[in-house]
Design a protein around this ligand. Structure first.
Ligand code: ATP
Ligand code: MG
Length: 277
């Protein structure tokens, strides 16, 4: 039996071939090569059609559409949206205990000796929460959706630039934390149109313990609770819950993409479709 060549398989994958198409085998190379030509042509036609549908009806990247739907859902649930700088100081990163000996430190993109591209939203949210806790009645519920950057090992689930949604509720009764976390995870998953997910307890480098929101093997988000040792850096000492979601991972799972690249900012893909067709 003859299988697709590596190059054929890669091209078919890019074009969004089904698992069944990718698993095909043939009696001879000749048979395989003519099947390849036909399959490739069909997938290219399908892609062109889907791109036209995008142009005529959809007109907005799934990522941005999800971003506005999630923002609306959270605002309706009483959260306030915030927008903080993408450039982060080394000092704020250190307050998250992300120092030179930590794995995440090696993934940071430095802009100069004292500034990096933020790998997460938490340091900025902590920074403003210490003031908001003083200025607003409790609980203080805020969220940010915005770009984050990490030199992550390239794989199907990692992008160097991705979009994080981080929501935090501070100053709620301690006994309500677990329930509130579940409620907020459900709110986000609902707005993202994802019905099937699990909550799994994991060990985290930064938070000690996190509760991950997963879909099959894929981590969609990580949640944490306070009081937490990190809080001392900001003189915060109230109970809190927070969750960070990867927006591209939510889109990837919703759309059934095998690769998160199709869901992210891209020069190669639009609406999950390769442009070189
Ligand atoms: P992973 O273990 O999958 O690398 P993580 O635990 O390091 O993720 P967190 O710091 O918990 O990631 O970030 C919160 C969420 O942001 C993750 O659950 C994931 O959905 C998303 N995320 C993190 N890193 C990336 C990345 N490089 N590309 C795309 N999404 C990411
Ligand atoms: Mg995590």
């Amino acid at each position: 039996m003859v299988k697709w060549t590596v190059i054929q398989k890669q091209r078919l994958q890019e074009l969004g071939a089904s698992a069944k198409q990718l698993a095909n085998s043939f009696n001879s190379e000749q048979e395989r090569n003519s099947a390849y030509q036909k399959t490739e042509r069909d997938l290219v036609d399908k892609g062109k059609e889907a791109l036209l549908t995008y142009r005529q009806n959809i007109k907005k990247p799934a990522l941005l559409d999800l971003e506005s739907r999630l923002a609306q859902a959270l605002i309706s649930a009483g959260f306030a949206q915030v927008s903080t700088p993408i450039l982060l100081s080394k000092g704020l990163l250190a307050k998250m205990t992300i120092t030179e000996d930590k794995p995440l430190y090696k993934q940071v993109f430095w802009v100069d000796s004292s500034k990096c591209l933020r790998p997460m939203l938490a340091p900025n949210l902590y920074y403003i929460l210490k003031d908001l806790l003083r200025l607003w009645p409790s609980p203080v519920s805020i969220f940010e959706i915005g770009p984050c950057f990490r030199k992550d090992t390239q794989g199907g689930n990692h992008l160097k630039e991705f979009t994080m949604l981080n929501l935090v509720e501070m100053g709620l009764p301690e006994k309500d934390r677990s329930n509130r976390l579940k409620e907020l995870a459900e709110l986000v998953m609902d707005a993202a149109g994802l019905k099937h997910y699990d909550l799994v307890t994991e060990i985290s480098d930064v938070y000690g313990e996190t509760i991950d929101i997963t879909a099959g093997e894929i981590e969609l988000g990580s949640a944490a609770m306070g009081p937490h040792v990190l809080d001392q850096q900001w003189d915060i000492n109230v109970p809190w819950v927070g969750i960070g979601f990867g927006m591209e991972r939510l889109v990837m799972v919703k759309e059934g993409y095998k690769n998160v690249q199709k869901a992210g900012r891209s020069l190669s893909y639009m609406h999950g479709i390769r442009l070189n067709i």
